[in-house]
Design a binder for this molecule. Structure first.
Ligand code: UD1
Ligand code: CA
Length: 463
């Protein structure tokens, strides 16, 4: 039924008490994604079909977060141990025969290459099970690997181990490849006669050995890959490791990071070469940054697409926007969702845009709000211009055609349309459409009262 003969089970039923959280542990995020997405995506990338997720605590939230991935779900109602957890996936794997990768939802740092190596070893050795191990200076709390050379004899849990066994520092990472359906037959026969009264997945290895089958181990070169997350302290440690990896990847791809320690790039972001990123920058979501961009300190970009040669000045926040090449933005600009800059635009300090398309070469250099608007090419928006888009009930659009010059301190009372090449005099409140090539002006005439302050002064002096 399965061409590659490879499937996966990801265990994620545990409660994660030490997170002190209302949310399921595996939903906490690293580099912008729930930790669970990392092992699930590794399994899918490796070609595991099906990939079965075992849930227990917070099942609904976990399922919702994976709804756009090809994942099957199994429920482990009571958490009776890792062996019981894998057995809960048995029905989801009915009819599958082949190699079964077992991952943990709270171990997000494993590299794809490591899993490929594990699978290659398992297949080359024709093993019945292969376990991923790590050598730790402080192995406390982990199951210890019992070996005879290359042959793995079994795994002993810390709580069941003798003093001598506790001295071993090669540990079980909790990641394995088994052979299905054999592993399920063995699991079904397992007891829970141990210090914790749990069904131990680790007991499968010794059982396979007793049948004269081969059990192998692959030891990690970089033990941090197997780091499991149980607390928010470990979450931050793992996030820092992941951040370093992501940042190194981009630096090696030609992106300059002035200070990688304070650069926060989500998994899934893309950046073109020769882009320079200053400290304190956050690039979130599925953002795509072109080449030769300059991103100054303290900028946040969330789910945006930037062309080439874009310059984002300090403190700007861009969300859900598309920025054409060679645009200049900020400092302190706020581009909200639905902003489209066509290219060669200038958006200056304290300018806010929302649901606005701004044509080629158009500028709004200072202190402006442009919302629910469509601007043509070469439009100049003067300082302090406001599209008054909201009448308290509905939102209305402002359309400003090519080449319009808007004087400072103008308000557009939407809905309103300004024809091409028109000029709006500074200080105007525009309530009616303006035809092309016109001047529109709405100011009260200026009044002058000569010598007014002199007279004022005299009357004050009398008092
Ligand atoms: C297990 C291993 C131990 C290994 C360690 C690595 C066993 C018996 N021991 O320890 O050798 O060093 O992992 O971290 O397997 N889970 C469920 N349902 C359950 C129990 C656990 O889904 O009933 C999931 C947890 O959510 C977690 C994973 O399995 O993702 C491991 O569980 P955890 O309790 O952390 O591992 P231990 O059993 O202590
Ligand atoms: Ca446990």
């Amino acid at each position: 039924m399965n061409a590659t003969g490879l499937a996966a089970v990801v265990l994620a039923a545990g409660k994660g008490t030490r997170m002190k959280s209302e949310r399921p542990k595996v939903q906490h995020e690293l580099a912008g994604r729930p930790m669970l997405h990392y092992p699930v995506d590794q399994a899918l990338n490796l070609g595991c079909r099906p990939t079965v997720l075992v849930t227990g605590h917070g099942t609904d939230e976990v399922r919702t977060s994976l709804q756009d991935r090809q994942v099957a779900f199994a429920l482990q109602e009571q958490q009776l141990g890792t062996g019981h957890a894998l057995l809960s996936a048995r029905r989801s794997l009915e009819g599958f025969s082949g190699d079964l990768l077992l991952l943990c939802g709270d171990v997000p740092l494993l590299r794809g290459e490591t899993l490929e190596q594990l699978l290659a070893l398992h297949r080359a050795e024709q093993a019945a099970a292969t376990v991923l191990t790590a050598k730790l200076e402080n192995p406390r709390g982990y199951g210890r690997i019992l070996r005879d050379g290359d042959e793995v004899l079994g795994i002993i849990e810390e709580k069941d181990a003798t003093e001598a066994q506790r001295g071993l520092c090669e540990v079980n990472t909790g990641i394995y490849i088994f052979t299905a359906p054999r592993v399920f037959e063995i699991l079904a026969e397992l007891g829970c006669d141990n210090a914790q009264g749990e069904y131990y997945l680790t007991d499968v290895l010794a059982a396979l050995r007793r049948e004269g089958l081969r059990v192998r181990a692959l030891m990690l070169e970089d033990s941090s890959e197997a780091m499991g997350i149980n607390s928010r302290v470990q979450l931050a440690e793992a996030a820092a490791i992941l951040r370093r990896r992501i940042n190194e990847k981009w630096m090696l791809a030609g992106v300059t990071l002035i200070d990688p320690a304070t650069t926060y790039i989500d998994e899934g972001v893309e950046i073109g070469p020769d882009t320079v990123i200053h400290p304190g920058v956050s690039l979130w979501g599925a953002s795509r940054i072109g080449r030769d961009c300059l991103i100054e300190p303290g900028v946040t970009v969330d789910g945006c697409e930037l062309g080439d040669g874009v310059h984002l000045k300090s403190g700007s926040v861009l969300e859900g926007s598309r920025i054409g090449s060679h645009s200049d933005i900020g400092p302190m600009a706020h581009l909200r969702p639905g902003t489209v800059l066509v290219g060669h635009n200038k958006i200056g300090n304290f300018v806010e845009t929302k649901k606005a398309t701004i044509g080629e070469g158009s500028k709004a250099s200072h202190l402006t709000y442009i919302g629910d608007a469509e601007l043509g090419a070469r439009v100049n928006i003067g300082c302090g211009t406001i599209t008054c888009n909201y009448d308290g009930v509905n939102k209305h659009r402002t359309v400003i055609e090519d080449g319009v010059f808007v004087g400072s301190d103008t308000q557009f009372i939407a809905p309103v349309r300004i024809g091409r090449n028109s000029v709006i005099g500074a200080g105007s409140t525009i309530t009616k459409d303006v035809p092309a090539h016109s001047l529109a002006l709405s100011r009260s005439p200026q009044k002058i009262i000569e010598n007014w302050t002199l007279r004022k002064k005299k009357s004050r002096d009398k008092e």
